[in-house]
Design a protein around this ligand. Structure first.
Ligand SMILES: *Cc1c(COP(=O)(O)O)cnc(C)c1O
Length: 393
């Protein structure tokens, strides 16, 4: 395990992002504004606001002071022109597809992409006449050979879902720029605290804010941060889709940003502690944690990332389903569930078996989310799980 080079965001920036101007007797946080209609007293005032409806309250679907605060905080932290909130991470992904793709267009999508993002692409987007090819997460500048005359979007996710391959984002962004192709990336794992894709030439950075940004497993929220050149198309698609994140949810997203530094630092420590302990176990194969040399792209992670979040996986060579189920049955700290990024630890089998680029040759994979518990308790929980699994074998 090696320390990464780039620095995380300054925590002062996380504290101040989206904060209202100070004043005597005002709340620290922007109020949660629940509104459909914002009303005006003259057509002049109405028309003035109508000219810039994304900058001041105009209509609830376009934004409220609460969503503007969250969006401006995210844009600032990502080093983006603007950010737009969505009712879920997947809704954010779908808005990105619809913003930059039309019938006849071709997409290059990383094979280790989040499963539902793949499904929406091969189902709904295919139905609309968009074609896709999947590529190896280690492809780097080799992506150039896959670009065709209709390629309009290169979609990345780093590290990859379930298997944690770290991609050479700057290399791919450089090739895409040369060909005038839009690049989008799912940056949920790192958050802007540990990786800022726009600084590496990417146009569109997508987050399931449901995960670390909200951080308490109690809201569904997505957000997309975009460069100036990519903004108008995303805004139009968002308007046409009519998707809007709820006021309570954007408020929870904004609240989460202020504590991201301390939470992620603890997730990072706990994740590495678990990975290091799991490595000592005879049952485990490769440790699929970006801060571990076993992980594909580990050197790139060291170069580009300011830290690791708490989500990683291990290979369990030769394990069958019964043994994995015995391992996961009745754990004390870890629960079985999807949405990582909360304060609690989770475990879930991952399924890379269908991957073609490259063909998955490893053993079964168990994904862990290291929560904020005492790592000694988490390790004791895993120790008991190995004993249960051994009794089952
Ligand atoms: C969870 C997740 C999403 C989708 O987010 P939802 O809020 O659940 O729709 C997208 N990308 C990644 C990498 C995720 O883990």
């Amino acid at each position: 395990m090696t320390e990464p080079k780039p620095a995380p965001l300054n925590p002062t920036k996380l504290i101040q992002a989206g904060r209202p101007e100070g004043g005597d007797g005002l709340p620290v946080n922007p109020p949660v504004v629940r509104a459909s209609t914002f009303s005006f007293r003259s057509m002049e005032a109405f028309n003035t606001t109508a000219a810039t409806p994304f900058d001041a309250p105009f209509y609830g679907r376009v934004g409220t002071p609460t969503s503007f605060a969250f969006e401006s905080a995210m844009a600032e932290l990502e080093g983006a022109h603007r950010a737009i909130a969505y009712p879920s991470g997947l809704a954010a992904i779908m808005a990105v597809y619809l913003a930059y793709l039309s019938a006849g267009d071709h997409v290059l999508m990383v094979d280790s992409v989040y499963g539902p993002a793949r499904r929406s692409m091969v189902r709904t987007m295919a139905q609309m006449g968009v074609s896709v090819d999947f590529y190896d997460p280690s492809i780097g500048a080799g992506i150039e050979a896959l670009i065709g005359p209709e390629t309009r979007l290169i979609y990345m996710e780093t590290p990859g879902s379930g298997t944690f391959e770290v991609m050479d984002v700057p290399a791919i962004a450089t090739i895409a720029r040369k060909h005038g192709i839009v690049t989008a990336i799912d940056n949920t794992w790192a958050t802007p605290h540990y990786f800022r894709p726009l600084e590496h030439g990417v146009d569109v950075s997508i987050h399931a804010a449901t995960k670390y940004i909200t951080g308490h497993s109690d809201a569904m929220l997505g957000v997309v941060a975009v460069s100036e050149a990519a903004h108008d198309a995303l805004r139009r698609a968002t308007q046409d889709l009519g998707m809007v994140a709820g006021s309570e949810e954007v408020n929870l997203g904004l609240r989460g940003l202020h504590t991201l530094d301390v939470r992620l630092a603890r997730h990072d420590v706990n994740g590495r502690a678990l990975a290091a302990w799991l490595e000592t176990r005879p049952e485990t194969g490769r440790i699929l944690h970006p801060a571990h040399p076993d992980c594909t792209g580990h050197e790139i992670w060291k170069r580009d990332f300011a830290g690791a979040s708490g989500l990683f996986a291990v290979e369990l060579p030769g394990w069958d389903e019964a043994r994995i189920n015995a391992f996961l049955r009745g754990m004390e700290c870890f629960r079985i569930g999807f949405s990582w990024g909360g304060y609690e630890s989770l475990a879930l089998p991952a399924h890379p078996e269908s991957r073609e680029h490259p063909k998955w040759k490893g053993g079964p994979v168990l994904r862990f989310h290291a929560g904020l518990e005492d790592p000694a308790d988490l390790i004791a929980d895993l120790d008991r799980a190995f004993a249960r699994a051994a009794a089952e074998a």
